[in-house]
Design a protein around this ligand. Sequence first.
Ligand SMILES: C[S@@+](CC[C@H](N)C(=O)[O-])C[C@H]1O[C@@H](n2cnc3c(N)ncnc32)[C@H](O)[C@@H]1O
Length: 404
Amino acid sequence: MFEQIQIQKEIFGEGENLLRCGSAMAMPKDIRALYGKAQCVYLDPPFMTGEKYMRRRPYGEKGWRTGTPSCRYPAYNDQFTEEKEYLRLLRRLVGAAKNLLSETGVFYLHLDWRMSAQARIMCDKVFGKDRFLNEIIWGYESGGRSKRHFSRKHDVILLYAKSQKYLFDLTKVPLPRGEVRRNHMARGMDETGRAYSYITSNGKEYRYYDDEPVYPGDVWTDIGFLQQRDPERTGYATQKPLKLLERLLLPVTRPGDLVVDLCCGSGTALEAAQRIGCRFAGMDVNPEAIAITLARLKPENLTVICPCGKEKAELLAEEDPESGRFLMKGLAEENAGFPAKATPADNLESWDFGRIENGVFRAEKSFRRSFRYPELTMSLRAEPGKIRAIMTTDAAGIRRAYKR
Ligand SMILES: C[S@@+](CC[C@H](N)C(=O)[O-])C[C@H]1O[C@@H](n2cnc3c(N)ncnc32)[C@H](O)[C@@H]1O
């Protein structure tokens, strides 16, 4: 009933935001079209760890509900033959970041101890030393411990401004004062019952009320790495916490501003941008990253550019004239990439129906599994013949398009 076809582009709503598969080494035209328009570029590129990352993907309703069953798939390679090759990628990314920014825009580059020194020198050259604003230290406790040296427990996030007119409003990220330790200070309470810490210097008393906000400095230890069972976790290696991205984006953007991430991975920066009302454009060389990111975003006002998988899989769906319902059964198991024990329904992670216009899939309705909603809608009321084209993502993260 449905025939598998190749579609590159899918549009939800007005299609204003962008999610695309592609390499920063060959900057695609639709990203270049955004030059000069971004208020914030956040980049969390490979760190040159030498690792080949895998991704654990839950599948089927049970998998999305409990984390098991799941299957392991390659995520991305952080292997470079030599430092020169890595620096070539970094130079492309930093150059593109500068081109993307508007005059009030800022750039975050997220790295760790391996390449942050080289990156600092590179960014000083590209942006100018006087455009450097911060080296943020994000400290965490997760992972193994070394006995040969102090354990390396922080990432480095460099912050640069495009020009002196950059936007920055720290009051958007207040921290409750209670979280800030002031052990060296005495405690007091004023006549209205408000508690405070105080210090006296040169005969003057400085008060810090518990109920007044404080603002983050450049060392952040209050945001943990995502734990195994964190509901936010997508299974994508090196996924960053939303809380971290919200703290980075809030002070440097206003609702409606454009946020760009050229190595979006599981899409944390894009989800954070969507949550705070910003527009966004994200790219990643890895189609798996695009599928995961798409599953995290609200499917509205978005253009997705990503090649469909070439592997054949039969879409099992039928109309039931008696009940007037369209019944989605899933994807047949002929594709070697599916988890061995999965049923056709398990093989399906998301589906959208819509129409195809000039080779573009225009989505009308989307259904997707998530940790919050592991159950997938498989039956809907629909007039006979109404559902003409379907886009699916399977349990291995591969997208496919079908038309009648
Ligand atoms: C550290 S991960 C990003 C993680 C992401 N911030 C998150 O929270 O999930 C780096 C990403 O860079 C992508 N990448 C590597 N080389 C790339 C290239 N040439 N162009 C675009 N993306 C690339 C990888 O596929 C990977 O998803």
